[in-house]
Design a protein around this ligand. Sequence first.
Ligand code: DER
Length: 228
Amino acid sequence: ETLEKAKKLASYKAVDDNVRAGMKVGIGSGSTIKYAVDRIKELGIPLTCVPTSFQSTQLIIAAGLELSDLSRTPELDVTIDGADEVDAQLNLIKGGGACQLQEKIVAASSKKLIIVADFSKDSSQFGDNWKKGIPIEVVPMAYVPVMIKLERSFGLKPVLRMAVNKAGPVVTDNANFVIDAQFTSIDNPADLATKIKMIPGVVETGLFINMAEKAYFGQKDGTVKERS
Ligand code: DER
């Protein structure tokens, strides 16, 4: 349907523009990245892939691509990943799929971070489209004090992310919890990202500031809008 077609359009264009034989490629997580892996498989080019989650690992294996990790492949040519929202400055909110910790580590180990998304992720400011707050990965024993600080110090509205197909909270691939911190507007995302990261117990935030090189947004009319 429309969204899926838009995800596919963005992913195919991004892979064709940015992935070449012999590259070391970080593979993101979520539903959009699936199409990028499909395109890489279709092209049949030899390359080494590093995952960003159990889901990403499964995508790489299912596509018959060469699977590596950051211990063996610490410097990547490009990482392709999805996002929950992209602002006018190419800052990202990620973590809708609770994979932001490994995604940020892999993205930071890459020369380029390329974002693939449908039109619904294309915002000028955070909060224009994404209403679920900033995903924050926390150590389970600290989640209540972290929620208190998020509320008192930054006026955020923190909610512990509960699982759907499992009783209790979502547990990430790194055995942590996720807090979704709802906001009305974020004046200085870089500043907020740093301050949240400094709260004891916070492992990583879904604010990817000044990291992405280019974003591809699939459109309803079959075109792809690019922002860099
Ligand atoms: O969890 C994540 O960070 C995902 O990359 C998310 O931001 C995008 O997932 P989607 O492609 O399914 O929207």
